[in-house]
Design a protein around this ligand. Structure first.
Ligand SMILES: Nc1ncnc2c1ncn2[C@@H]1O[C@H](COP(=O)(O)OP(=O)(O)OP(=O)(O)O)[C@@H](O)[C@H]1O
Ligand SMILES: [Mg+2]
Length: 112
């Protein structure tokens, strides 16, 4: 099992959500956040060469998937999140050692 953390543009959230639901993903956590990447936040807001670092609003999606579903989920997120502009986002993947579905007591892949 793997945890996908995808930092994406808020404007792409609905499209990503629909695409993930279509591929059978049944659980997503979305957290409003802010961040900066290589442009230090300012190119997304200013044309000028302002050198201060700015935080840009983003959404952090956390999605736990079966290992077998990882590549399809990554493709789905990239396809739905991409605009071709700077700040489209970044995806990080971590191993997950345990999942518990609280209501049923199911664990691991059955609990996802
Ligand atoms: N190395 C990193 N570690 C943690 N978060 C990051 C990292 N890089 C980017 N992020 C997060 O992802 C968001 C989007 O990053 P962004 O897409 O601007 O990356 P980038 O490397 O600058 O690529 P691009 O040149 O396409 O803009 C950032 O606002 C930040 O929240
Ligand atoms: Mg950037």
């Amino acid at each position: 099992m793997l945890m996908i953390e995808a930092v994406v543009k808020p404007s792409r959230l609905d499209a990503i959500k629909i695409a993930l639901a279509k591929m059978g993903i049944v659980g997503v956590t979305a957290i409003e956040c802010k961040g900066f990447g290589r442009q230090l936040g300012h190119t997304e807001r200013y044309r000028g060469a302002k050198m201060d670092v700015g935080f840009v609003p983003k959404v952090l999606l956390k999605i736990c998937v079966k290992t077998v579903d990882l590549q399809k989920a990554l493709n789905t997120i990239v396809d739905a999140a991409k605009t071709g502009e700077v700040g489209d986002g970044k995806i990080f993947v971590y191993p997950v050692s345990k999942v518990v579905r609280i209501r049923t007591g199911e664990t691991d892949e059955a609990a996802i």
